[in-house]
Design a protein around this ligand. Structure first.
Ligand code: ZZB
Length: 258
């Protein structure tokens, strides 16, 4: 599986726990298959109990991601020490919740890291960028946080990290409109982010529809088909140093996604 890693930059001044990283560029490294949706980012997702680390990628840049992903990256020429992850700081998802981030292409200038309970730590980087317009999982998880003050309280999520963030329409899909994920979640009567089976089906449908029939309605490639825009946007992110390629070795146990 070939992902694009989106570099979501931690905004200074860094919180206490991250002070040792001051002077470097620190990024939450989010693995995505949909780089063309980055305009619609509203937050990042992390697993509260997940184990993360801050790893030296080169002399100036640090990535926050799962240890396993750091090891893979080290073998893909993305570690200060060749073939060896160099961890500066051990972290959990809870340490990351509330971090303010600047993410490439996002219309929201600053977005926050928030808890998602369905994040898999053995897939991608364990950090996910959230696009509730086009990803059903993101739509439901953000919906849960907005609708349930107790859930926000449980994870120490401040209102201002969640409530101001509306869905940003970025892709028009025939019959599904420009908030594709919302349409599918409502149609399928999905109740929460824990409705795993329905969400898997919703994701499948949304992927297919978005990719084969979607048209960009924002950004540099507005008016172009998603199929055409996707590689163009991806290359742009790679060329400008806002993203890197991440290949995931196919060694996962046969799983949910097959
Ligand atoms: C932004 C985005 C926008 C995504 C969208 C999807 C969609 P797949 O096919 O199962 O490999 N993801 C990445 N890593 C994880 C993880 N560790 N745990 C949970 N979810 C993860 O799915 C790849 C997608 O799953 C990635 O692309 C990421 O979310 C999420 F509009 O990034 B995506 C219809 C989906 N739309």
């Amino acid at each position: 599986q070939e992902y694009t890693i989106i570099k979501m930059e931690l905004v200074a001044p860094f919180p206490e726990k991250f002070k040792v990283l001051e002077g470097r560029k620190v990024f939450l490294a989010a693995a995505t298959l949909r780089p063309e949706t980055m305009y619609g980012q509203t937050n990042a997702w992390v697993l509260p109990d997940g184990k993360y680390g801050a790893f030296e990628i080169n002399d100036s840049e640090v990535f926050v991601l799962a240890h396993r992903a750091a090891l893979n990256l080290a073998y893909q020429n993305h570690s200060r020490v060749p073939e060896k992850p160099s961890c500066l700081l051990e972290l959990t998802g809870r340490d990351l919740i509330g971090l303010p981030l600047k993410s490439p292409l996002s219309f929201n200038e600053v977005i926050y890291a928030l808890p998602m309970l369905s994040i898999l730590m053995d897939k991608g980087t364990g950090v996910v960028t959230s696009v509730p317009s086009d990803a059903p999982d993101d739509y439901m998880a953000l919906h849960d946080l907005k609708a349930k003050p107790a859930l926000r309280e449980k994870y120490g999520v401040k209102d201002e990290w969640v409530l101001p963030f509306e869905i940003v329409p970025i892709i028009e899909v025939p019959q599904f409109g420009n908030k594709c994920a919302e349409t599918v979640c409502l149609q399928m009567k999905i109740k929460s982010q824990n409705d795993k089976e329905k969400l898997a089906e919703a994701k499948k449908q949304t992927y297919l529809k978005g990719f084969t029939e979607g048209t960009m309605i924002v950004g540099e490639f507005a008016g172009r088909k998603v199929q055409e825009a996707k590689p163009l946007i991806r290359n742009k992110l790679l060329e400008t140093g806002q993203a890197i390629i991440y290949s995931e070795p196919e060694k996962r146990v046969m799983s949910r996604s097959g």
